[in-house]
Design a protein around this ligand. Structure first.
Ligand SMILES: C[S@@+](CC[C@H](N)C(=O)[O-])C[C@H]1O[C@@H](n2cnc3c(N)ncnc32)[C@H](O)[C@@H]1O
Length: 137
C-alpha cells in the first residue's frame, strides 16, 4: 500500500503539450493547530483528463460525485481483490468504480433506490430473465 504523505509530497502534474510543457510540483503550506504543524498539499490532483469516466456511471442521483474521485483513492489505497466499502452508496459510483478496477465492494444506503440503481449494472440480467419479466408484465 502506498504512503499517501509521500505520494502527495512527490506528486508533480504534467501540464501542457509537446510545445509548452511543464511539471508542476506540489506546494506545501503548514498550519499551526494545538502545537501541531498540519501540512496542506496544493496541486491539481484531479485533472480534466482524469475526470473522463466510464459512461456506465451516467445515472442521475442527488449529490453524486464523479467516478474519478473514488477511482483516485481506490487506485491509491487498495489492490485488486481488496474490499472497498461505501456506507452511503447513492447511485453506487464508488462500488461500480471498485468493480471496474477488479476490487470487491460492499455498498449500503438507507434509500432502497440505491440497490435498484446499482444491481443491474454490476449483475446485468440475462436476456431470458428480461424476456420472462416482460412477459410477466
Ligand atoms: C450524497 S449521497 C451519496 C452519493 C454517492 N457518493 C454517489 O456518487 O452516488 C448520500 C447518500 O447517503 C444516504 N444516507 C443518508 N443517511 C444515511 C444513513 N443514515 N444510512 C445509510 N445511508 C444514508 C442517502 O440516502 C444518499 O443516497
Amino acid at each position: 500500500m502506498i504512503d499517501i504523505t509521500k505520494y502527495l509530497e512527490n506528486f508533480s502534474l504534467d501540464k501542457g503539450n509537446s510545445l509548452f510543457y511543464e511539471k508542476v510540483k506540489t506546494r506545501i503550506e503548514y498550519y499551526q493547530y494545538n502545537n501541531q504543524s498540519i501540512p496542506k498539499y496544493i496541486n491539481e490532483y484531479w485533472t480534466a483528463k482524469q475526470r473522463q469516466s466510464n459512461p456506465i456511471h451516467e445515472i442521475s442521483y442527488r449529490a453524486c460525485f464523479k467516478a474519478q474521485l473514488p477511482r483516485f483513492f481506490i487506485e491509491l489505497l487498495t489492490n485488486e481483490n481488496d474490499i472497498v466499502y461505501d456506507p452511503f452508496s447513492g447511485r453506487g459510483t464508488t462500488a461500480l468504480e471498485a468493480a471496474l478496477l477488479n476490487r470487491r465492494f460492499i455498498a449500503n444506503d438507507i434509500n432502497p433506490l440505491s440497490e435498484i440503481l446499482l444491481k443491474p449494472r454490476v449483475q446485468p440480467p440475462t436476456l431470458n430473465e428480461i424476456a420472462k419479466r416482460l412477459n410477466s408484465l
